[in-house]
Design a protein around this ligand. Structure first.
Ligand SMILES: Nc1ncnc2c1ncn2[C@@H]1O[C@H](COP(=O)(O)OP(=O)(O)OP(=O)(O)O)[C@@H](O)[C@H]1O
Ligand SMILES: [Mg+2]
Length: 225
């Protein structure tokens, strides 16, 4: 089942003599349950692509359809709501809220949506992520690996259709990187969670079912293992 489709995406930054075409005519179809790793040199457009697909930024040309909704046709308020309901994002630098506890950080998307807390799902998530005994801690008191696990919990609490991750292990040592990767693999397998991850780490990329390689704003390789 198709869950995301990008048609003729391009992204131009800057104006006139500073104009820079960061993405050039990207076409992409992603099915439910895929685990995709996007690789490519620095500056090849990986983050730009992820930011467009996740609705954080808007394309200069082209369209993105997620779950049959053209997200570029939504106004900013509708898009915010759509994103909270359908999209989870994990960042390299975690982006946790420092003055909220671990538990509050994870539940934040539900609180913002005024949605009831599904205790079973919450407990399942914190157990799988191995952070059950850290719920009352403040993010800054945790190691990087733990903070990233919390941010995965926050990204998953809403049962997003798609989880986007931009170098989620970019700030972690290899042991914690593998831990985070295995958690993502667990959610991909067990819940058929669609995951799109940008990584510089070839050993992690090799574990993905589908590999997309970018160069100079284009997809130069798209292979299934
Ligand atoms: N806001 C911006 N304004 C102008 N140029 C930008 C902007 N964001 C990105 N770029 C340029 O677009 C190109 C692609 O950037 P992008 O961040 O997508 O690359 P990337 O593949 O994610 O790189 P990295 O591996 O370093 O994260 C780069 O040349 C970058 O300098
Ligand atoms: Mg990047």
């Amino acid at each position: 089942m198709e869950i995301l489709k990008a048609n003729n995406l391009s992204k131009k930054y800057g104006r006139k003599e500073n104009e820079f075409l960061a993405l050039k005519n990207i076409n992409l179809t992603i099915n439910k349950g895929e685990f995709i790793c996007i690789t490519g040199k620095s500056g090849s457009g990986k983050s730009t692509l992820l930011n467009l697909l996740s609705g954080l930024d808007t394309p200069t040309n082209g369209e993105i359809i997620i779950n049959n909704q053209n997200i570029n046709k939504l106004n900013s308020e509708e898009l915010t709501i759509f994103r909270r309901k359908n999209i989870g994002i994990v960042f390299q630098f975690y982006n946790l809220i420092p003055n909220l506890t671990v538990k509050e950080n994870i539940l934040l998307p539900l609180l913002l949506d005024k949605k009831a807390i599904n205790e079973r799902r919450f407990n399942e998530i914190v157990k799988t992520l191995g952070i059950k005994n850290k719920l009352d801690s403040m993010p800054n008191d945790l190691s990087g690996g733990l903070q990233q696990r919390v941010s995965i919990g926050r990204a998953l609490i809403n049962k997003p259709k798609i989880l986007f991750a931009d170098e989620p292990t970019g700030n972690l040592d290899s042991k914690n990187s593998l831990k985070v990767m295995k958690l993502l693999e667990y959610y991909n397998k067990k819940f058929n969670q669609t995951i799109i991850m940008v990584t510089h780490d070839e050993s992690l990329a090799k574990r993905c079912k589908r590999n997309i390689r970018m160069k100079d704003g284009k997809i130069i390789n798209d292979i299934y293992r």
